[in-house]
Design a protein around this ligand. Structure first.
Ligand SMILES: Cc1cc2nc3c(=O)[nH]c(=O)nc-3n(C[C@H](O)[C@H](O)[C@H](O)COP(=O)(O)OP(=O)(O)OC[C@H]3O[C@@H](n4cnc5c(N)ncnc54)[C@H](O)[C@@H]3O)c2cc1C
Ligand SMILES: Cc1cc2nc3c(=O)[nH]c(=O)nc-3n(C[C@H](O)[C@H](O)[C@H](O)COP(=O)(O)O)c2cc1C
Length: 599
C-alpha cells in the first residue's frame, strides 16, 4: 500500500484493463484528496480547513461497525466537528499521520483478524516504514463476540499499534460483546467529549471532495430504513422447503419471507438479520432445573417486567454458557472441576469441555448450584440476532427475501441439540408467527457497478445463497457480463442445492460456466478449490479481463483453502512468482475485486 500518495491511484501493473483502470482512477481521485488552499494538481477542489476535523474509520464485515461509524458522524457534526467517515482501507498511513483526531471502530473476524476492509491499513501500520503518528489523538471501539477465543482481537491490535506509533489515546478502548448498543453509545459520547478537548488544527486534512459542509460523510447514504436492528420488522414466512434430498447427511432449507408492509430495501449481497425464539422444550427443561414454574417475574434486558419463561424464550441466550454463569455454578456447587477449568491457564481445556455442552448440562450436572430467577437471568447474555446472506434479487422477487439455511442439529452427551435460529425457522415458525427481521447492508459484497464485468463466484453449501441473488440480478437486469459459478457439497444426488435453477441458468446462458465439486462421490475428496486449480489458466484469463472474484460460505476451512487456491491460480495460470501472486491478490482486494462473505 502506498503511504505517501495523497490520492490513491491504480498503478499500471494492477490487474485491470484500460477502461477499468481509467474508471477506478477517476473514482479514487474523486473520493480523496488532501485539502490545500487552491486545490491540487488533480483539479480536486480543496475546501478551507474546518475547525475540529474528525476522522472516523471503520473496519466492518457485515455492516455493524459501519452503521455505528455513520451514527457517530452524525452525532459529531451536531457537536461542531467536521467528520470524515471511511472504511479503514480507504485511508493511508500518511493520511493518518496528517489527521488530528481519529475515532476507530472495528469488528473482529476469522480468528482475531481485522475485517477485509481494514486489512490493508493494518498491514501498512505494521510496515517497517510506517510513519510516526505523534500528532494523532485517538480512541478505539472494538466489536466482537465473547464466544470467540480472541475476543475483540482486531480492535485490541489496532489500539496497541496506534499507541506504539506515537498516537495519543485520549479515551480508553471499549470492547463490546454482541449486545454492543449501550457500550457503543457511551464510548461515542465520552470519546467525542475527549476529541473536543484536543486543540490545534493541521493544515492538511483528509478531505473527500463530495463531503457536504453539514458534516455528511463519504459513505453516508440517506437513511431510508425505518426498520432496523433496533426496530425489526415483523415479517411472515411464506415458504419453508427442504433442498437436500433423502439420505443427505445435511438438512438445508430454502425459505421465502414476505416483507410486504415493510419499508425495507435490500440489494443482492446484503444479509437478513433475524431475532429467533428459543426452543420451548429446552426452556421448560431450564425452568424445571431451576426449580421454578416459569411464571416468576424477572426483568427483560430493556428493564421491563416479564415472566421467567418469556424472558428465556425471547430475550436471553440459553444454549452456550457465558463464563460468568459457569463461575457462579462452580462457586455455588463448590465444583473443583469447574473452578480449575475456568482458570486462565486452562483455556484450551475449557474450550474442549464446552464443546457439545450447553447451560442445561451444567445445571443438571450441578444441582447444588441454586439460583433465584433474577440471579439466573442476570448471568445470561442477550439473545443475539443471526445473519443470513440473502438468496434473492429484490428485482426478481419484489417484497420478498429468500434464504438458504443449513439447519443445525446434532447430538452430544445424550441430548439432541438444535441451532437456535435455524431450528426456529425450520420447525417453529408458522405462517402467522411474526418473524422479527432487519436488513444488514453489506457494502463490501456487491456486484460490479459496470454490468459487463465478468464475475467468478465460489459458493459451496449454503455459500450459494448470495450467488443465487447475484445470478437473478444479472438475469433480470440483462447484464452482459459473464458468470462463472463454483459450487460444491457432499453428494450430487442429495446435496446439489438449487440444481434445477442452476441448470436452467446454465442452459439459457445466464451462467456461462458451472463447475461442481461433490466431495463424497468418489474415493478422494474433491472440493471447489481443486476445481479452481484445474481451471487455473482460464480463471487467470477471466481475472485479466477484469473479473470480480467472490467467495461465500464456511470461514474456518473453505475460505482459507479457496484463498490459497487463488494464489495458486495466479502462479500457475499467470506464470507469476509467489511474491508477484501475493501482490496481484492484494491488488484485487484493494480494487474490491476480491470480496468475501464468510462465516
Ligand atoms: C454474514 C453472515 C451470513 C450468513 N449466511 C448464512 C447463510 O446464508 N446460510 C446459513 O445457513 N448460515 C448463514 N450464516 C450463519 C448463521 O448466521 C448462523 O450462525 C447459523 O444458522 C447457526 O445459527 P443457529 O442459531 O441455528 O445455531 P446456534 O444456536 O448459534 O448454534 C451454532 C453452534 O452450535 C455448535 N455446534 C454446531 N454443530 C455442532 C456439533 N456437531 N457439535 C458440537 N457443537 C456444534 C457450535 O458451537 C456452533 O457455533 C451467516 C452468518 C453470517 C455472519
Ligand atoms: C465468522 C466470524 C468470525 C468472528 N470472529 C471473531 C473473533 O475472532 N473475535 C471476536 O471477538 N468476534 C468475532 N466475530 C464477531 C464479530 O466481530 C461481531 O459479530 C461484530 O459485531 C461484527 O461487526 P461487523 O458487522 O461490523 O463486521 C466473528 C463473527 C463471525 C461471523
Amino acid at each position: 500500500m502506498s503511504s505517501g500518495t495523497a490520492i490513491p491511484y491504480v498503478p499500471p501493473s494492477a490487474p485491470f484493463n484500460v477502461q477499468q483502470r481509467a474508471w477506478l482512477n477517476g473514482y479514487l481521485a474523486g473520493r480523496w484528496s488532501f485539502a490545500a488552499p487552491g486545490g491540487d494538481a488533480t483539479g480536486v477542489t480543496a475546501s478551507a480547513v474546518a475547525t475540529k476535523s474528525l476522522l472516523i474509520l471503520f473496519g466492518s464485515q457485515t455492516g455493524t461497525a459501519e452503521g455505528l461509524a455513520k451514527k457517530l458522524a452524525k452525532q459529531s457534526s451536531q457537536k461542531g466537528f467536521t467528520p470524515r467517515t471511511a472504511e479503514a482501507n480507504a485511508c493511508t498511513v500518511a493520511e493518518l499521520a496528517a489527521a488530528e483526531r481519529l475515532l476507530f471502530i472495528t469488528s473482529t473476524w476469522g480468528e482475531g483478524d481485522p475485517p477485509d476492509n481494514a486489512t490493508q491499513l493494518w498491514a501498512a501500520l505494521n510496515a517497517a516504514d510506517a510513519p510516526k503518528l505523534t500528532g494523532l489523538s485517538f480512541s478505539v471501539l472494538a466489536l466482537g463476540d465473547k464466544n470467540y477465543s480472541d475476543f475483540c482481537g482486531a480492535g485490541k491490535k489496532f489500539d496497541e499499534r496506534l499507541e506504539q506509533l506515537g498516537a495519543k489515546r485520549i479515551h480508553p478502548r471499549v470492547d463490546c460483546d454482541l449486545d454492543y448498543e449501550a457500550a457503543a453509545t457511551a464510548w461515542g459520547e465520552a470519546a467525542l467529549a475527549k476529541c473536543g478537548e484536543v486543540t490545534g488544527e493541521k493544515t492538511a486534512n483528509l478531505q473527500p471532495r463530495d463531503a457536504a459542509p453539514s458534516g455528511a460523510t463519504v459513505t453516508d447514504q440517506p437513511v431510508t430504513l425505518p426498520h432496523s436492528r433496533t426496530n425489526p420488522f415483523p415479517a411472515r414466512l411464506l415458504v419453508n422447503r427442504i433442498l437436500t434430498g433423502e439420505g443427505s447427511a445435511k438438512e438445508t432449507r430454502h425459505f421465502e419471507i414476505s416483507l410486504q408492509g415493510a419499508d425495507l430495501n435490500y440489494e443482492a449481497g446484503d444479509a437478513l438479520g433475524m431475532f429467533p425464539t428459543n426452543c420451548p422444550a429446552l426452556v421448560s427443561d431450564l425452568v424445571a432445573a431451576l426449580g421454578c414454574d416459569g411464571e416468576e417475574a424477572v426483568k427483560a434486558p430493556d428493564g421491563s417486567e416479564t415472566s421467567l419463561r418469556h424472558a428465556l424464550l425471547r430475550h436471553y441466550q440459553v444454549t452456550q454458557p457465558p463464563s460468568s454463569l459457569l463461575a457462579a455454578i462452580g462457586e455455588r456447587a463448590q465444583s473443583a472441576e469447574l473452578k480449575t477449568l475456568l482458570a486462565p491457564e486452562n483455556k484450551a481445556a475449557l474450550e474442549k469441555h464446552l464443546h457439545g455442552r450447553e447451560i442445561i448440562d451444567f445445571l443438571l450436572a450441578h444441582p447444588m448450584a441454586r439460583f433465584t430467577p433474577e440471579e439466573f437471568i442476570a448471568l445470561l447474555r442477550k439473545l443475539s440476532p443471526r445473519l443470513y446472506s440473502i438468496a434473492s434479487s429484490p428485482k426478481a422477487h419484489p417484497g420478498e427475501v429468500h434464504l438458504c439455511v443449513g439447519i443445525v442439529r446434532y447430538e452430544t452427551h445424550g441430548r439432541a441439540r438444535k441451532g437456535v435460529c435455524s431450528s426456529f425457522l425450520a420447525d417453529r415458525v408458522e405462517q402467522e408467527t411474526p418473524l422479527p427481521v432487519f436488513v444488514q447492508a453489506s457494502h463490501g459484497f456487491k456486484l460490479p457497478v459496470i454490468t459487463d464485468t465478468p464475475v467468478i463466484m465460489v459458493g459451496p453449501g449454503t455459500g450459494i445463497a448470495p450467488f443465487r441473488a447475484f445470478l437473478e440480478e444479472r438475469q433480470i437486469s440483462a447484464a452482459r457480463g459473464r458468470n462463472w459459478l463454483f459450487f460444491g457439497d457432499q453428494k450430487r444426488a442429495t446435496d446439489f442445492l438449487y440444481r434445477d435453477e442452476l441448470e436452467t441458468m446454465f442452459k439459457n446462458g445466464v451462467l456461462t460456466k458451472l463447475d461442481l465439486a461433490f466431495s463424497r462421490d468418489q474415493a478422494e475428496k474433491i472440493y471447489v478449490q481443486h476445481r479452481m486449480a484445474e481451471h487455473a489458466k482460464e480463471l487467470w484469463t477471466w481475472l485479466e479481463e477484469g473479473a470480480h472474484f467472490y467467495v461465500c460460505g464456511d470461514a474456518k476451512r473453505m475460505a482459507k483453502d479457496v484463498d490459497a487456491a487463488l494464489y495458486e491460480v495466479v502462479q500457475l495460470g499467470g506464470g507469476r512468482t509467489p511474491e508477484q501472486a501475493k501482490e496481484y491478490v492484494q491488488q484485487l482486494k484493494s480494487a474490491k475485486r476480491y470480496q468475501r462473505d464468510v462465516y
